[in-house]
Design a protein around this ligand. Structure first.
Ligand code: NAD
Length: 499
């Protein structure tokens, strides 16, 4: 069993209360690690350290190239330790081996990208305002200060990188609270950061629970910005708490993304694409294609093929390379998913496949759910409106492009969306009308660090990735430099100032 302490002010320390919690392997429920439990008091210590590192330490004022080199070192060390990190992610989060390998590879690649952003000078001349002999006007991007980052359990290391990367690249200091369900790889990241020799207090990683550690991070007035990824319900609470001292916030929340198959789609491709969209990581992806909208002309054939292929999916030990679906994260989550399946049946949807925990005794200790497909779903049903966050697909039949667009947009969410068609121009027409932050044509799940990612509506506020994402961690300062020189030339001369 592994043991982890909190990482505060450049030191690995026990929690103030001395309490710990266990992180459990969702495949067999054995303890992966005993972790110091950060409470509000520990978060306060971390915030004080981050505040001092921002106000007095070298980090925000360090030459950009030096900051960039330190972020690049994180990326390199993740690559060096990738095998071990992959194994830990599998054990702690139930990610399949294939998914965990991709996560660790992308964590390093994403951090490498952020290191390049760190080297950029974002200062701009304000065109149309700067005038020689009158003034020079600059837009200067400055770090916001202390960032509180709160992340979920579905992509543990990747989410930590998505927060730390841009926040540090912009010159902020950070207190990161990983999910209580998957703290391990974030705490390995703390070791990497420590080895590289970041100035104390620049990065603090404090595992703990939401209501306690998380809420303190959001409420504390010494924190300037909260960057939250998690459910929409908690996102709303975060926003309310952050409002107390008008903190800057970005929220990356839930989704109920519509996957539209047009009647001219390549069915072989679209069937595989629909499976990938919903079943990747057991459906525990914010941008999962959870609502499958099928044109009536292709509906029956599509479902037939989809069910046949879904039957072939292999549930099992996530560490086995041939496993397609591992367990979901926790008993609570398993029960929640099963309760949604019950609601789907009660509201009249037809269960085409799955719908239960598997009966295989070899899987009995894991939190498994069979890949589940409901047909005859109406968009107003609970299983089409609420985020289930499990391997449960809701299939809705439509008869016209207009109807498909209306159904796709009839949701409180707006994170992802997709269209499958052989006619790219037609698909583009539909894509432009979807109220979602990312829309794929003949693809799914492809998120690039170079393109903004985030949600419309209740899927979030703000964007991650790209220059847009970096700017979320900066304040925009207008710097006006006078070039008029003498007081007589000033526009205000002769107004309120006596001659
Ligand atoms: P969650 O909202 O339950 O928890 C997220 C984080 O918030 C955890 O670290 C938790 O400890 C913390 N938290 C809980 N209550 C809190 C409180 N009162 N104050 C402060 N912090 C609190 O979400 P989850 O179950 O960990 O993750 C799944 C959710 O995350 C899904 O809704 C999914 O769509 C969303 N998600 C969104 C994105 C995105 O980029 N949009 C990415 C991944 C996951």
């Amino acid at each position: 069993m592994l043991r982890y302490n909190l990482y505060i002010n450049g030191e690995f320390v026990e929690s103030t209360s001395g309490e710990t919690f266990d992180s459990i392997n969702p495949f067999h429920q054995e303890v992966v690690a005993r972790v110091a439990r950060g409470t509000a008091a520990d978060i306060q210590r971390a915030i004080v350290a981050a505040r001092k590192a921002f106000d007095e330490g070298p980090w925000p004022r360090m030459p950009r190239e030096e900051r960039a080199a330190m972020l690049k070192a994180i990326s390199d060390k993740i690559n060096e330790r990738s095998k071990e990190l992959v194994a830990l992610e599998v054990a702690d989060s139930g990610s399949t081996l294939r998914k965990a390998k991709e996560d660790i590879y992308l964590s390093a690649r994403n951090m490498n990208y952020f290191s390049k952003l760190a080297a950029l000078d974002l200062t701009e001349q304000i065109e149309g305002l700067s005038k020689p002999g009158f003034s020079k006007n600059m837009l200067v991007r400055e770090p916001i200060g202390v960032v509180g980052a709160i992340i979920p359990w579905n992509f543990p290391l990747k989410m930590a990188i998505w927060k730390l990367g841009p926040a540090l690249a912009a010159g902020n200091t950070v207190v990161l609270k990983p999910s209580e369900l998957t703290p391990c790889t974030a705490l390995e990241l703390a070791k990497i950061i420590h080895e590289i020799g970041f100035p104390p207090g620049v990065v603090n990683i404090v595992p703990g629970f939401g209501e306690d550690a998380g809420a303190e991070l959001v409420r504390n007035p010494l924190v300037d910005k909260i960057s939250f990824t998690g459910s929409t319900a908690v996102g709303k609470r975060v926003m309310t708490m952050a409002a107390e001292n008008l903190k800057k916030i970005t929220l990356e929340c839930g989704g109920k993304s519509a996957n539209i198959v047009l009647d001219d789609a390549d069915l072989d491709l679209a069937v595989d694409g629909a499976m990938y969209a919903i079943f990747y990581h057991q459906g525990q992806c914010c941008e999962a294609g959870t609502r499958l909208l099928l044109h009536e002309k292709i509906h029956d054939e599509f479902i037939e093929r989809l069910v046949v292929k879904t039957k072939r999916l292999k549930l099992g030990d996530p560490g086995n390379p041939s496993t397609d679906l591992g367990p979901v994260i926790s008993k609570k989550q398993q029960e929640r998913i099963l309760s949604y399946i019950t609601k789907g049946k009660e509201q009249g949807a037809h269960l085409a496949i799955g719908g239960a925990a598997p009966s295989d005794p070899k899987l009995a200790k894991g939190f498994f759910i069979e890949p589940t497909i409901f047909t005859n779903v109406e968009n107003k049903m609970v299983i089409a409106q609420e985020e289930i966050f499990g391997p449960v697909l809701s299939v809705i039949k439509y008869s016209s492009e207009e109807e498909a667009i209306a159904l796709a947009n009839d949701s409180i969410y707006g994170l992802g969306g997709g269209i499958w068609s052989k006619d790219t121009e037609r698909a583009m027409r539909v894509a432009q009308r979807l109220r979602a932050g990312t829309v794929w044509i003949n693809e799914w799940h492809l998120i690039s660090e170079k393109a903004p990612f985030g949600g419309y509506r209740q899927s979030g506020i703000g964007r991650e990735f790209g220059i847009e994402g970096l700017k979320e961690y900066t304040e925009a300062k207008h710097l006006h430099i006078d070039e008029l020189g003498s007081r007589e030339k000033k526009p205000w001369y002769d107004t309120v100032v006596p001659k």
